[in-house]
Design a protein around this ligand. Structure first.
Ligand code: ATP
Ligand code: MG
Length: 240
């Protein structure tokens, strides 16, 4: 359950892309202000091209806003340089994408441990393996530690990606269409797992998804449309 403390605070976040070919600039995000509370789970829905991935990337420090501020646990990220942002990302943010991005030549266990190798936290590096084993066991992959990604199903690979995203104990888990490449049963399974891990691991979660059934399992559903973010209402999507 959300604690009422703010984890992520977006203040007037705007993003403009200036095409290289001289055509007109695109204002993808227009002065978005939004707070996401500690341990909250939030879904972002919206039409294709509305800027959901752009917004998630800004939340996750993979991209910078054209204007406005993002704070994570009260720290304003706009003042940090790229090296400092990379450290924030590694220690406090976990990512899951539509495609798992696992290293094909490494085992499940090795893949999950990759983010711990860059961690500055010695205790975390040392405890990484036992935490990895516990989490992999938790998601039903205990018997698959030494398998390679190619030997797993799509749903199993996504579960490995989720564990890898959680391995450093992030404050924030960001997922961009995590079930987008899965069949219905595997998507349902992964969605349920994400809901459970949000609570068990106490991680704040923001998920971009086209799957309304997954979105509705989050504490809150927001819709991105015409550059603005607002509470989702089923009839929003029926507007022309
Ligand atoms: N680096 C970039 N340079 C120029 N335009 C970009 C760039 N990245 C995204 N865009 C444009 O910004 C808009 C929003 O893209 P974005 O990928 O965030 O949409 P989305 O909501 O995630 O779409 P989808 O549901 O298809 O994944 C699109 O019109 C896209 O072409
Ligand atoms: Mg996208």
């Amino acid at each position: 359950m959300p604690t009422g403390k703010i984890t992520l605070n977006l203040i007037n976040v705007a993003k403009r892309f200036d095409p290289l070919d001289g055509s007109e600039s695109v204002d993808v995000l227009k002065a978005i202000t939004c707070q996401i509370n500690e341990r909250e789970s939030v879904a972002i829905v919206g039409p294709s091209g509305s800027g959901k991935s752009t917004l998630l990337n800004i939340m996750g420090t993979l991209d910078r806003p054209s204007s406005g501020h993002v704070t994570l646990d009260g720290q304003d990220l706009s003042h940090l340089d790229d090296v400092q942002l990379a450290a924030v990302r590694n220690s406090r943010i976990g990512f899951v994408f539509q495609s798992h991005h696992l290293l094909p030549q490494c085992t499940v266990l090795e893949n999950v441990l990759v983010p711990t190798l860059a961690s500055k936290d010695k205790a975390l590096r040392e405890s990484g393996e036992s935490r990895a084993r516990r989490l992999l066991d938790r998601v039903g992959l205990g018997p698959r530690l030494s398998h390679r990604p190619g030997q797993l199903s799509g749903g199993e690979r996504q579960r490995v990606a989720v564990v890898r995203a959680l391995i450093n104990g992030p404050k924030l888990l960001l997922a961009d269409e995590p079930t987008g490449a899965l069949d219905r049963a595997a998507a349902e399974n992964l969605g349920q797992l994400l809901v459970e891990l949000n609570q068990e691991e106490g991680v704040t979660m923001v998920i971009v998804t086209h799957a309304l059934d997954l979105a509705r399992r989050m504490d809150r559903v927001l819709e991105l449309r015409d550059g603005s973010l607002r509470a989702y209402r089923a009839d929003n999507t029926e507007r022309t």
